[in-house]
Design a protein around this ligand. Sequence first.
Ligand code: ZN
Length: 331
Amino acid sequence: MRFDELTQLTGVSGYESTVREKIAADVRGFADELTVDAIGNLIAFRKGSGTAKRRVMLAAHMDEIGFQVIKVLEDGLLMIKTLGHSFLHVAYGSRIRFRNGTTGVVSSRVPAEKLGKDFTDLFVDIGANSKEEALKHVDVGDVACYVGDFTPLVGRTVVSKAVDDRVGCYMMMETMKRWPKPYHDVYYVFSVQEEVGCRGAKVAASTIRPDIGIAVDVTPHHDRPGDLEGSNRQGKGIAVKISDTSVICDEGLCAHLFDLCRRDGIPFQKEVLYVGGCDASAMNLSWEGVRVGAVSVVTRYTHGPGCLVDLDDVEAGIRLLGALAGEEIRL
Ligand SMILES: [Zn+2]
């Protein structure tokens, strides 16, 4: 399955079934076992051949941030809440699409320049002029995601909705295909509900009880004006996470990942965030405690309809995951 196809699927937190079915169909031939647990994680297990193999859990989340209808108003407009962290100023003016194809534009009951942080200031206009008309297309509880085509930009950069974290799903799928005979027992977990608190990975880790957990996700850029401070540069290689606000990665595992990159000539950068989190935190605190790391792709304008990513960074990440799964890990 291609990366662009993955980004265009709808899979808002808690409603990942379409994404799960597509990924399952795509990787079925590369897994010894394929299971779906009660919360909805897809777990693809590949048995390892190594004599000193470990249980390695890789986790990339299928869900994307989205919106859910809380009320259909008399005039046909929809009140919404967010599933996952969205920015009001990004949502305002954007198109969103429901799973039945109904599309709407996000607008506001207050002037745009007076928008605060309360999502109930926003409404969605699907073109209906009455509650009765709107209810023919949407209902309370329906979910929608951003509309955002996959488009190549200059150089190796592409833009799309839902790069977070279909890019991680894609990297794991490619790793399964290109390195079908891992050294370790590898559990490729396509997790659910990361954007609302890493819920899926928590459940999967308690079932799998991994020795090592690696989140495969995105990380925000620090190379454009007006945003967070830090060292993340798009197009400068795969990021190996050292810490964010949810997790401090295992020092030995970080060193191992750096060594693999240096040895194989994989471009990489060191990632430290003072905001944000990822599935590594859930794995870290599971069972009796798990050594964790994270492999991240630097993205710009992440939780919106137009997220930028560099395809060479993605390729570097796939190579690093292949190297990690392919040989003994001495910590
Ligand atoms: Zn993510």
